[in-house]
Write a protein that binds this ligand. Structure first.
Ligand SMILES: [Ca+2]
Length: 519
């Protein structure tokens, strides 16, 4: 065997890696395998190829074994840096996936993804709205730390260029990076995905898009002229990305606009729900089906390319379903939670949340609270990317918890601020001030936030029994914790929806204060 042939083997496919895994495991466990290499594996990880080659001069048969195992160890080490796939749904209802018990919408591919990995029952996003949550996901920081509290409100607003994205970090670590789908982190050239760490981009820059119109869809910076249906196109482009880069390490951020408004579905999929009398729900069902099918195509591509066991897949919705008047209502359902997109009630911030890495994480259910900020931290840890503390990332690496190497919860508390709305979850207790439109359901503008209410989520997932009067000390404790956290937040860089609920509201000519008292 020559060094050239060794290189050829190193570049060969997953079969080699699979063989290496088996041999190394036998070596680590001290068992005698069929090739009789007991105890060799650990000693063979450190020598480089040249050093191993000298051994060959002494014993050709021994060298063949050594080289073989050397190849195994190098390939195995490389395989520990998985590909990363983030899949994000848009405005999904918590109840609208089969793995949460949904009966009227078939989501077999999402169900299979859930069964292949870990399903989170207390999985949160750091905001109740599209763009802030994505800012948190890509940076790994609470978006209120850098003023990205609301959706970009003007042409000049976008994810501050002072922030590094996970794409920046993985690209620097040698990953090929791609975004397929919705960006919503700024439309100006300085905010373009390819300026924010992504090598490739296919999708649109805004917050929503017509599902059938090509106008506004870009490949890189070039307009796309033909489009069938965005969800199908995004699935197709994600599959093509994986095929194109199957021999490399890659990070793909697949951000569907499904199931955000406008409510548009293909005729063929609408025909699959003849018994749904509610036309909006029927369209929503068909849109969910399209996304599930696209995810199925992507997962089959991972299997076909031999990458299934070497790809860390994370799935979330960017916020809860919009169910209250005044929001982008899409007939989603957030049962068993109360509240909607654009509120800090559970219905706005607790979302479908999955992490799958077959062969590396045992399938199961994870019940402690986690947040989407953890996903970049987890992915970077899996990729072996060290992040300096000065970067102030706030997510937790979930891998030790998912491997049962650590017990308990990844966070002592989770926090939210969305204008005058706020929330903190500490253990089972949650203190929350939320948009009172969630109670009035009038959709009227400028409705105030509620007083601080205290709920025990372990006993009251629907947030129906306010314990604030009965447990004043707990209220004080949680408010104090939230105030301390909020001290490191900054003022919003833009006002988002103007005077809509959830943003600071001017009163009697004075600048409004947010929930913390900050102006
Ligand atoms: Ca959304």
């Amino acid at each position: 065997m020559t060094l050239r042939s060794v290189d050829a083997v190193l570049k060969s496919g997953s079969d080699t890696e699979s063989l290496c895994r088996r041999r190394l495991r036998r070596g680590w466990q001290g068992k005698v395998g069929s090739d009789g290499v007991k105890g060799q594996a650990m000693r063979l990880q450190t020598p480089n190829l040249n050093r191993t080659y000298k051994v060959l001069a002494l014993s050709r048969p021994l060298l063949v074994i050594l080289l073989n195992l050397q190849v195994c160890s190098l390939s195995f080490a490389a395989s520990l840096r998985p590909n990363i796939l983030f899949i994000v749904g848009d405005d999904m209802g918590y109840a609208d996936v089969g793995f949460h018990g949904c009966k009227d919408i078939p989501t077999p591919n999402l169900n299979a993804l859930a069964a292949s990995g870990v399903r989170f029952t207390n999985g949160y996003v750091s905001g109740p709205y599209c763009s802030p949550t994505r800012a948190g996901l890509l940076t790994g920081r609470y978006q209120t730390r850098f003023g990205h509290e609301f959706n970009p409100g003007g042409a000049s607003s976008g994810l501050p260029v002072t922030e590094r994205t996970i794409a920046d970090r993985l690209k620097a670590a040698g990953y090929v990076t791609g975004l397929v789908g919705k960006w919503h982190l700024g439309a100006q050239p300085q905010f373009h995905p390819q300026k924010r760490g992504f090598d490739e981009f296919y999708g649109f820059l805004g917050g929503s898009h017509d599902y059938f119109k090509a106008a506004g869809v870009l490949r890189g910076t070039a307009p796309v002229t033909e489009l069938d249906y965005t969800t199908d196109a995004f699935g197709r482009e994600a599959v093509a990305f994986i095929e194109r880069h199957k021999g490399e390490r890659w990070f793909l951020y697949l951000a569907f606009n499904a199931v955000h408004t406008p409510m548009q579905a293909t005729d063929g999929r609408l025909a699959k729900f003849p018994d749904e009398a509610d036309e909006k729900r029927r369209t929503y069902d068909a849109m969910m089906l399209a996304m599930d099918e696209a995810i199925g195509r992507v997962r089959r591509k991972l299997v076909e390319t031999g990458l299934e066991r070497n790809t860390l897949v994370c799935f979330i919705s960017d916020n809860g379903g919009p169910t209250m008047p005044g929001t982008t209502i899409n007939a989603s359902r957030n049962d068993p939670f109360r509240g909607s997109k654009r509120t800090t009630l559970e219905g706005g911030i607790r979302v479908p949340f999955l992490v799958s890495w077959p062969g590396h994480l045992e399938p199961g259910v994870f019940t402690p609270p986690a947040i989407q900020l953890d996903l970049p931290a987890t992915a970077l840890a899996a990729a072996g990317v060290q992040v300096n503390r000065d970067a102030k990332l706030e997510g937790a690496d979930l891998l030790p918890f998912l491997r049962s190497e650590k017990t308990g919860a990844p966070h002592d508390a989770l926090y939210w601020r969305f204008g005058q709305q706020m929330a903190i979850r500490l253990g089972d207790y949650k203190l929350v001030r939320y948009d009172s439109n969630a109670d009035t359901l009038t959709g009227a503008r400028n409705q105030p936030v509620t007083a601080a209410r205290l709920y025990n989520l372990a006993a009251d997932t629907g947030e129906t029994k306010d314990l604030a009067a009965a447990m004043p000390d707990k209220v004080t404790e949680l408010q104090s914790r939230w105030d301390a956290w909020n001290g490191a937040n900054v003022k919003p860089l833009w006002g988002g929806d103007g005077a809509r609920p959830g943003t600071p509201v001017a009163k009697k000519g004075k600048r409004a204060r947010d929930a913390s008292g900050n102006r």
